[in-house]
Ligand binder design. Structure first.
Ligand code: TPP
Ligand code: MG
Length: 277
């Protein structure tokens, strides 16, 4: 399939602007880890996955689980951009009564496959989905996204073990390797390195890429489909806050909304208008 990188880049820009607008409108939320994952979700939803926004529950669909559920703004913005629901919902983020709560709710949001937010549980669920898909002889593939701070959860490693044990070659995980967690670097809080050797020793096929380069993401996704006897972990080196210079590599933007002036500056930097509505 020919990949139109220009389209992917422009979709990613729109998604970044939606993240800023929705988090600004909410007055709270998680912009940093949303912005670091934009290219990964864009490549999945606009290039790779077998999905139909008009039929979100179709039987043989591929599934994406946002295990780092706090990055809900990137998932909602991507789903809206892909046509699962109207973009106007994005401005209701985190409001009482809105379907778009601070963490994704699979019972309310079209396209959300798993309710997540308690770190590591989504990854575990994705293992179950991949196993179920195999038992059903389904061609549905499962994709999931983990944060690097999330790797500090013990459950991750139980799930990693089962993924290899059951030879889940229909499961592809991404690690959003942005180096930061809630209040500092992973190295300061609880070192997770070396991540490549950990995943290899747990029996996974490991690919290391630049998580903001569409070509590398897509090549890795294609490679993952050729692996026959194990799941794949794509370690994606990313920048937390990517695209908004004052947020980049700054743990302070993990869970904080930009004010009016900051949001306007971010939108302009992202190629949009200084209009937060
Ligand atoms: C079980 C659990 N413990 C703690 C939290 C609070 N929490 C939310 S995000 C976060 C840091 C996650 O860091 P990382 O996985 O690196 O995410 P990213 O940098 O991609 O935003 C923490 C500790 C949580 N959501 N779930
Ligand atoms: Mg991180």
């Amino acid at each position: 399939m020919v990949v139109d990188y220009q389209i992917l880049e422009s979709v990613a820009k729109n998604i970044r602007q939606s993240i800023i607008k929705s988090v600004h409108a909410a007055g709270s939320g998680h912009p940093g880890g949303s912005l670091s994952a934009v290219e990964i979700l864009t490549a999945l939803y606009f290039y790779k996955m077998n999905i139909d926004p008009k039929d979100p529950k179709k039987a043989d669909r591929d599934r994406f689980v946002l295990s780092k559920g706090h990055a809900a703004p990137v998932l909602y913005s991507t789903l809206a951009e892909r046509g699962y629901f109207d973009k106007k919902h994005l401005m209701t983020l985190r409001k009482i009564g809105s379907m778009l709560q601070g963490h994704p709710d699979m019972k309310r949001v079209p396209g959300v496959e798993m309710s997540t937010g308690s770190l590591a549980q989504g990854f575990s669920a994705s293992i179950g989905m991949a196993l179920a898909s195999k038992l059903d002889n389904s061609r549905s593939r499962i994709y999931t996204l983990l944060g690097d701070g999330e790797l500090q959860e013990g459950l991750i490693w139980e799930a990693a073990m089962s993924g290899a044990h059951y030879k889940l070659n229909n499961l592809t995980a991404f690690l959003d390797f942005n180096g930061l967690q809630i209040d500092g670097t992973n190295e300061e809080v609880m070192n997770v390195k070396p991540v490549d050797e950990k995943w290899k020793s747990f029996g996974w096929h490991v690919i290391e890429i630049d998580g903001h380069c569409f070509k590398e993401i897509i090549d890795a996704l294609i490679e993952a489909e050729t692996i026959k006897d194990k799941p794949t972990m794509i370690i994606a080196k990313t920048i937390k806050g990517k695209g908004v210079s004052y947020m980049e590599n700054n743990a302070g933007w993990h869970g904080k909304a930009p004010n009016d002036e900051e949001a306007k500056a971010a939108l302009v930097e992202l190629g949009g208008e200084a209009d937060v509505r």
